[in-house]
Design a protein around this ligand. Sequence first.
Ligand SMILES: NC(=O)c1ccc[n+]([C@@H]2O[C@H](COP(=O)([O-])OP(=O)(O)OC[C@H]3O[C@@H](n4cnc5c(N)ncnc54)[C@H](OP(=O)(O)O)[C@@H]3O)[C@@H](O)[C@H]2O)c1
Length: 302
Amino acid sequence: MKIAITGSSGFVGSHLSKLLAKEGHDLVPISRRTGTDITKMPALSEAFAGCEAVVHCAGINRELGRQTFDSVHVRGTRQVVDSAKGAGVHKIVLMSFLRARPLCGSPYHESKWAAEEIVRASGLDYTIIKAGMTYGRGDHMLDHLSHAIHTIPVFATVGTREKPIRPLAIQDLVAVLRACSVDGRLCRQTVGIVGAEELLLSEAVRRVAGVLGKRVFVLPCPVAVQFGLARVFEWTMTVPLVAKAQVRILSEGVVEALPASDPLPPDLAPQRKFDETNIRAGLPAPGPFGFRDLRCCMRFCT
Ligand SMILES: NC(=O)c1ccc[n+]([C@@H]2O[C@H](COP(=O)([O-])OP(=O)(O)OC[C@H]3O[C@@H](n4cnc5c(N)ncnc54)[C@H](OP(=O)(O)O)[C@@H]3O)[C@@H](O)[C@H]2O)c1
C-alpha cells in the first residue's frame, strides 16, 4: 500500500515509518528535512499522488520564526487535506493531542483542535488520534529526562500539586496508527489513547533515574516558575527541555481526552507499563546536555 507520512523524520513518524516499511508498504516521507514543507501546497499535491492513505504527524511544540502553531497546525493541515483530496487519497489519520480543545487559552491546544475540525469536515475517511504523552527511542520525554538527570540530578515538579500522567509507549501508539491507515479501522472516529499506567511525573522521573543508576532530587515548583523556565529553554535550546505548551500540558494532567472521545477497541488498548524494560528500550545513549543542544552553537556543531 502507498502511504504518505507527514512528520516522517520526527519521533512518531519515524517509528511508524519503520513499522510500515518492515511490512513492505511503499512510503512517501514528508518533512522539511526531506524537502517538503506542509505549508507549501504544490510540493504536497505531487507527493500524495497515488497514495491510498496519509498519516499526518507533522507538528511543532514551540513557535519559531514563521513556524507558528497557526501556520503549521492549522494552515498546514488545511493544505494536507486539500492536497489529499486533490490527489484522490481515501484515508487521512491525524495525530492530535489528548486535550486539544477550543477556547482554552493555549495556542498549541487550540491549533491542534482547529486541525481536528478541518479533518472532521474534510469529507475524507478520517481517524483522529488524540494521544497522551508518548515515550520511546528518539522521544522528547526519556531523551530529555535522561540528559537532564546526567546534567543536574534535580527535577522541578510542574506545580506544587502535581497532576497525573499516563505515559504511552510508542509501540502502542504506532499499532493504532497502523490499524487506521493500513486496515482502515476506526473510520470517522476521534479516539483518545493513553498508556496503561497512571503515575505522577516525579514518580516517572524517579523510575528513569533508577534505570540510569542515579538518584534524583525532586523540588516542588509552581507552574508560573515553570512557564518562565520554559520561555528561557525555548529561546536557548534546539529542542527545549520543556516548552510552554508542555508546561500547560503537564499542569493540567495527561490522563483523559478532552472533549470526551470515542474509546479504543479492546484489542488496540495499550498494555505496556512505564516499567524498567520499556524505559530501557527508549533511553538514548547516556550523557549530559552539550553545546549542540544550544541554539546559538547549533550551526557550529553540525
Ligand atoms: N510526542 C508526543 O508525546 C505527542 C503526543 C500527542 C500528540 N503529539 C503530536 O504528534 C505529532 C508528532 O509528534 P512528534 O513527537 O513526532 O514530534 P517531532 O518529533 O517534533 O516531529 C515533528 C515532525 O513534524 C515535521 N514538521 C514540522 N514542521 C513541519 C513543516 N512545516 N512541514 C513539514 N514537516 C514539518 C518535523 O520535521 P522537519 O523538522 O524536518 O520539518 C518532524 O518530522 C505532532 O503533531 C504532535 O503535536 C505528540
